[in-house]
Write a protein of this length. Structure first.
Ligand code: GRF
Length: 238
């Protein structure tokens, strides 16, 4: 019997993060497999990509439901058909209600295109440029009731360059997302990261290794650079 964790992906659009997860999961050593994809949007490209790869992909449109809670109940039911151990939100553009979030507490994760807690919500790249930050990035976090707010699992930073617009910056962040999400999911699937109360707890080989949860700059790279800087400074110290 497979020991891989069963993962369902929730998305609303393009699905490039789902593709990154699928690519990672194609490796025999990867601790998770993508068993199903669910969308609220029938024309989401992610749905057709998943189907083309032989992954079961279903749509639960919100039309016809009286409330967000009713729609979420239908989403929950459709999700449980996949018997997932973990649910990954990957561009799911609907705020989830308390019931579904509570039901999946510690087993539902999301990727957000900013270094949380900065810039929760939409339009993160434009807002980052407007604020003049020099470092931007993406975060994977456990999903809690408050949108884009749960305990952080892993983050990747990218530089903001003077000539950037929201599109070029967004592309740089997306490239980082595609590295970060598979890494973060693997930590959760291996049990090296877990949610305890409202904190993320890191344990085991991967979880306690900061290089697995923080890249660009990776701590190792920073320390290496710091040592070189110190050596360089020492040459000028009388
Ligand atoms: C990503 O930027 C993700 O961080 C955000 O929505 C976008 C989804 O892109 N939550 P894709 O559908 O994975 O290509």
């Amino acid at each position: 019997m497979s020991t891989k964790k069963r993962v369902a992906v929730l998305l609303s659009g393009r699905g490039s993060n789902m593709e990154a997860l699928l690519a990672a999961a194609s490796s025999p050593e990867y601790p998770a497999e993508i068993v199903g994809v669910l969308s609220n949007n029938a024309s989401a490209r992610g749905l057709s990509t998943a189907r083309a790869r032989g992954i079961e992909a279903v749509c639960v449109p919100q039309k016809g439901f009286k409330s967000r809670a009713e729609h979420d109940a239908a989403v929950s039911e459709a999700l449980s058909e996949f018997s997932p151990d973990i649910v990954c939100l990957a561009g799911y553009m609907r705020v989830l209600t308390a019931d579904i979030v509570t039901a999946w507490a510690g087993r539902m994760i999301n990727i957000h295109p900013s270094l949380l807690p900065a810039f929760p919500g939409l339009d993160t790249h434009r807002r980052a440029l407007e604020m003049g930050v020099l470092i931007h990035g993406c975060s994977v976090h456990f999903v809690t009731e408050k949108t884009d707010d749960g305990p952080i699992i892993a983050q990747a930073a990218v530089p903001v360059l003077p000539e950037d617009d929201a599109e070029t910056l967004g592309q740089r962040v997306l490239t980082a997302e595609h590295r970060l999400y598979p890494m973060a999911l693997s930590l959760v699937a291996r049990g090296e990261v877990r949610l305890e109360g409202d904190r993320t707890v890191f344990a085991g080989a991967g979880g306690s290794d900061p290089d697995q949860r923080l890249f660009s700059p990776s701590p190792e790279e920073m320390f290496r650079r710091q040592e070189t800087d110190l050596e360089h400074l020492a040459r000028f110290t009388p």
